[in-house]
Ligand binder design. Structure first.
Ligand code: MGD
Ligand code: MGD
Ligand code: SF4
Ligand code: MO
Length: 721
């Protein structure tokens, strides 16, 4: 009651010429609740306030969230379609002119059709992203298969969530990023967090993390850097990049040796224990320490704390997943919960910190090269049949599975793929080995890019289509808990910009495939088709109506009918999604990183994020406050390593690997291993660390190894001022 009264009072405090539109942040998987402030005279977004009544962030927001609203009416918005007249200027912002939508659509349809007539259906490709709503992600998958008829569609989640997805599928038979709601986290007794810079990347989770410690619980962190959570951790496992599999096996071994196995749970609800027990035997604390560089006492202490905690949550993020054994890492850390039975009940479980706003939903509904709506598989004839019937196409018309994101660039290089429709991603900055990727983009016969700002990737396009920001459209997003939430429209699209679903409906018409799309006139129409398309798939959203989402503060999938309230906790019935109902404990032999340091490249390079920027930086580098706080990339080096190279703080050094080089300003910092350097990746052109990263792919998830490669630095004569 107290709470309701408080909110009534807040409502009354509204300014006279403003309305508040309830929605969620445009950026990370936390999807913090916020109200956009809209001026009722101009109908423009003028500000933001956090929502205290949203259970996930309860009034908290980070620097990106409080400035996110500034994107909508930003001067850099693309307001009309742009057509490139001068091909010689490809790879720059120059050589474009404004055009009408009609002219842009005609040009795209003509070129796409020409390429498909000359080189076959599969000469076109779609590369997308998961900052889009579920409805847009769904329609993008349908557009590729039904309007273009190409097998080549994949998306930026391949660089983000695919290893977590692969690991969860293998361990549980289902891929929901978290087995429990975030509102449980602060009530657990131990958080084991590996490869997540939570304070900078999911900042509004932090009050829950600290609360665990304040209640007398424990925090264990595995990270090569002393991040803000590592600094306050009870145990900081400061491992070498790329060695998580050994660390997880070492901890498993100790959990087994010290009697922390839940035998009832293991016997009745899992497979693979004996084999795993055998395999991890060799990972004694000493042997594990040799590989990981973590002191044996720390490994012993971590296993003891996790083993004894009545409830515990194992959490991880890209630090362990963006490795060429990311899937194994996920399953190996998940093993900890499975052998101790700390899963399938409140306050215990496993969760990945899903990255992008719709990193969860966007991977379930058909943007991945081998998936169809509802997490159906293109390799499963029954699934293909269901979706073909739903879309009204024949099974012969349904394209085969394609290839993963990075492999699409390889096919562009080989001229197998000749045309690209890029939306909601900026791979010229965010894909690994970007010298290669940029060349592949430049050599395309025809490229379309849909974005609301001219990105580094759009510089390679022949046509740029003005998309809308998240605040100018409505739809659903699935946050990092697996909670389906509603994004609401706060402003009409600026200039001539259009939402991606509308662009696809109109483009399908030009491509002669209008009959499959023309019934979709509003975002709600797409939503209704989308929900129906998921029915019967295991990521079933069919019961998650917009009304229910509003009433229940979101709906956790699976939600199979109108009266199903959804599933906040997974596996409460101890039933996993493999055919025998059991989870799989995986025996996983250690493999070193794809590239180990040697004489020529003696350092380990790892990459990641800062709190002020988001992904490729195309959105956040344009926000003055965020740019002021972090104007350029830098390289973190330990003082002893800096001394060895005779390098000073803020000096410019040349960093190079087998794939490329770049100059970075030095940040001397004790909070990193001596054998490791770190560079944030939010910057473009010659400031991009992805010029150097290793595209070695995980065999299952096809995720590149952004987190570990061999590098060298060289002192440069030039100093920065
Ligand atoms: N501020 C901000 N927040 C974001 C984003 C952003 O760009 N900026 N992006 C969002 C997205 S899409 C994502 S995917 C998430 C990413 O969230 P995180 O995964 O938390 O972010 P990263 O900085 O990529 O990496 C996390 C940590 O992994 C550590 N690490 C590096 N190598 C290893 C290793 O081999 N083993 C282990 N155990 N740790 C290692 C790094 O030192 C780093 O501290 O953040 C989301 N939130
Ligand atoms: N070295 C290194 N590289 C990495 C990583 C790393 O840790 N290290 N992390 C990887 C990870 S986890 C990720 S998620 C990727 C992300 O990398 P990208 O896919 O490049 O992500 P963004 O920068 O979000 O790109 C989205 C683009 O689409 C635009 N956009 C946003 N919303 C919409 C929309 O609704 N419609 C349209 N049409 N456009 C929109 C934005 O302006 C932006 O230009 O980077 C990966 N690359
Ligand atoms: S934590 Fe993520 S969702 Fe929340 S305000 Fe920051 S960027 Fe937005
Ligand atoms: Mo990500």
């Amino acid at each position: 009651m107290q709470r309701d009264k408080f909110f009534k009072e807040i409502e009354n405090l509204q300014h006279p010429n403003e309305t508040l539109v309830k929605t969620h942040c445009s950026y990370c998987g936390m999807q913090c609740g916020m109200n956009l402030r809209v001026d009722t005279r101009s109908n423009k977004i003028i500000g933001v306030e956090p929502r205290y009544d949203w259970p996930v962030n309860v009034g908290k927001m980070c620097p990106k969230g409080v400035t996110a609203y500034q994107q909508t009416n930003h001067d850099d918005r693309i307001l009309k379609p742009l057509i490139r007249d001068d091909k010689s200027l490809k790879g720059t912002t120059k050589g474009f002119r404004e055009a009408s939508w009609d002219e842009a659509y005609d040009l795209i349809a003509t070129n796409f059709q020409k390429l498909q007539q000359a080189y076959g259906k599969d000469s076109l490709s779609v590369f997308s992203g998961v900052s889009m709503t579920n409805e847009k992600c769904y329609l993008t998958g349908k557009f590729a298969r039904v309007a273009l008829g190409t097998r080549y569609i994949d998306y930026n989640g391949r660089f983000c969530m695919s290893s977590a997805a692969g690991g969860f599928l293998r361990s549980f038979g289902v891929d929901r990023g978290s087995t429990l709601p975030w509102t449980d986290l602060h009530e657990t007794d131990c958080l084991f967090i590996a490869g997540s810079n939570t304070a900078e990347c999911h900042p509004t989770s932090m009050f829950r993390v600290w609360h665990v410690q304040e209640r007398g619980g424990y925090l264990i962190v595995a990270d090569p850097r002393e991040t803000p959570i590592a600094r306050r951790a009870d145990v900081h496992l400061d491992l070498r990049p790329g060695t998580d599999l050994a660390l997880a096996n070492g901890i498993l071994n100790l959990l087994i040796e010290n009697g922390h196995v839940d035998e009832e749970f293991v016997n009745n609800h899992t497979n693979g224990f004996e084999e795993t027990k055998e395999l991890v035997k060799q990972f004694t604390p000493e042997y594990t320490s040799e590989i990981t560089g973590v002191a044996p006492e720390k490994i012993i202490r971590a296993a003891e704390i996790y083993g004894k905690a009545p409830n515990a949550v194992v959490m991880f993020a890209r630090g362990i997943e963006q490795q060429h054994k990311g899937v194994d890492n996920v399953s190996a850390y998940t093993n900890m919960a499975l052998i101790t039975g700390k899963i399938g009940r409140p306050k215990s479980g496993v969760a990945t910190f899903t990255g992008q706003g719709n990193g969860q939903g966007g991977r379930e509904h058909g943007q991945k090269s081998d998936l169809l709506p509802g997490y159906r598989k293109l390799t499963n004839p029954q699934h293909v049949k269901e979706v073909c019937e739903f879309w009204g196409i024949t099974e012969e018309e349904m394209p085969q599975p394609g290839v993963s994101a990075y492999e699409m660039f390889e096919l562009m290089d080989q001229k197998v793929i000749r045309g690209l429709y890029l939306l909601c991603s900026n791979p010229a900055v965010s894909a690994p080995n970007s010298n290669f990727v940029r060349k592949a983009l430049k050599d395309l016969d025809f490229m379309v890019c849909s974005d609301f700002y001219l990105s580094e990737s759009a510089e390679f396009a022949d046509v740029i289509l003005p998309a809308v920001t998240w605040s100018e459209d409505e739809g659903t997003v699935t946050n990092l808990e697996g909670r389906i939430i509603k994004i609401n429209k706060a402003q009409e699209p600026l200039g001539e910009s259009k939402p991606d679903w509308q662009i696809q409906v109109e483009l399908a018409e030009r491509l002669g495939r209008g009959k499959y799309f023309s019934h979709l006139k509003t975002a709600k129409d797409v939503a209704d088709e989308f929900r129906a398309a998921t029915k019967g798939g295991y990521a079933d959203y069919s019961g998650a109506t917009w009304d229910k989402i509003e009433k229940q503060d979101g709906v956790f999938w699976p939600c199979k009918s109108e009266d199903d309230e959804g599933t906040p906790h997974m596996f409460l019935d101890k039933k996993f999604y493999h055919p025998d109902g059991k989870a799989k404990i995986c025996a996983l032999p250690y493999r070193p990183p794809a590239e180990e340091p040697d004489e020529e490249y003696p350092l380990r390079l790892t990459t990641g994020r800062v709190v002020y920027h988001y992904l490729s930086g195309n959105q956040t580098r344009r926000i003055q406050f965020l740019r002021d706080m972090c104007p350029e990339p830098y390289i973190e080096i330990h003082p002893e390593t800096a001394a060895k190279y005779d390098i000073e703080h803020e000096e410019l050094v040349r960093l190079y690997t087998r794939r490329g080089e770049a100059m970075f300003k030095v940040k001397i910092i004790e909070a990193i291993r001596k054998d490791t350097v770190f560079v944030p990746y939010h910057f473009g052109h010659d400031q991009s660390i992805n010029l150097l990263t290793n595209p070695a792919l995980d065999p299952i998830s096809r995720m590149p190894e952004f987190k570990a490669c061999a590098a060298q630095i060289e002192k440069s004569i030039k100093k920065v001022h």
